[in-house]
Ligand binder design. Structure first.
Ligand SMILES: C[S@@+](CC[C@H](N)C(=O)[O-])C[C@H]1O[C@@H](n2cnc3c(N)ncnc32)[C@H](O)[C@@H]1O
Length: 204
């Protein structure tokens, strides 16, 4: 059966004119000038991004993902629900945060189930490191949030070691309610009965 889209999926992928200067967010999200921005780092197939965009049409949601197939799935899912407040960009996520997000532009940064790189020799590839937190801190508005979620206990321990000594963040209690959208990976891990580890860091 042919899909019927309310919005052309291609128009929901953000392709910067210039990869060496920050995005013009009001041009990316036309009609939503100055609305709060949430960023989903490594958005996968976009299940979380699409549901958040559906629940809060007054906010702007940007997913970043490096795999083409997942970017395409995300744009198709956004298009299917007619979510004009959601976009996805195909670029390396640390690059996006450090070079393409304007300073003080992000209200909430979601990092959900980042690749855990469990082998010790690969630990340095983990996204959550001090230089990434420095870049997130620059991109967040004052009082903005970084929300971290993982199923991987050793990675969560590593995250805590990194963020607990970062001078730009303070951890706050966080236990999302049942109506909080789940990511595709979260649904999978919950289905297996595995624990989920979370942290909310507020920019000082
Ligand atoms: C384990 S999956 C989690 C996906 C989604 N957040 C979820 O919870 O369902 C991690 C995702 O991050 C993407 N990813 C990993 N490293 C990335 C990077 N450096 N830049 C952009 N995307 C990345 C992967 O392609 C993958 O889709």
């Amino acid at each position: 059966m042919q899909s019927v889209f309310l919005i052309p999926p291609d128009s929901l992928e953000t392709i910067p004119d210039n990869y060496f200067k920050p995005l013009d967010l009001d041009a990316v999200f036309a009609g939503l000038d100055g609305a709060p921005l949430e960023v989903d780092i490594g958005c996968g197939d976009g299940g979380f991004l699409v549901e958040m965009a559906r629940q809060a049409p007054e906010r702007r949601f940007l997913g970043v993902e490096r795999l083409l197939g997942r970017v395409t799935k995300t744009t198709r899912r956004l298009a299917r629900i007619g979510a004009s407040n959601g976009r996805v960009i195909r670029v390396e996520s640390h690059y996006l945060v450090r070079y393409l997000l304007p300073r003080r532009s992000v209200s909430i940064m979601h990092v959900m189930f980042p690749d855990p790189w469990p082998k010790r020799k690969h630990n340095h590839r983990r996204l959550i490191q001090t230089d990434f937190l420095d870049a997130v801190n620059e991109a967040l508005v004052e009082g903005g949030e970084l929300r971290l979620t993982t199923d991987d206990a050793p990675y969560f321990e590593h995250m805590r070691e990194v963020f607990s000594v970062h001078p730009g963040f303070v951890e706050e209690p966080w236990s999302p309610g049942d109506d909080y959208p789940q990511t595709d990976f979260e649904r999978h891990f919950r289905g297996l009965g595995l624990p989920i580890y979370r942290a909310l860091l507020r920019r000082k």
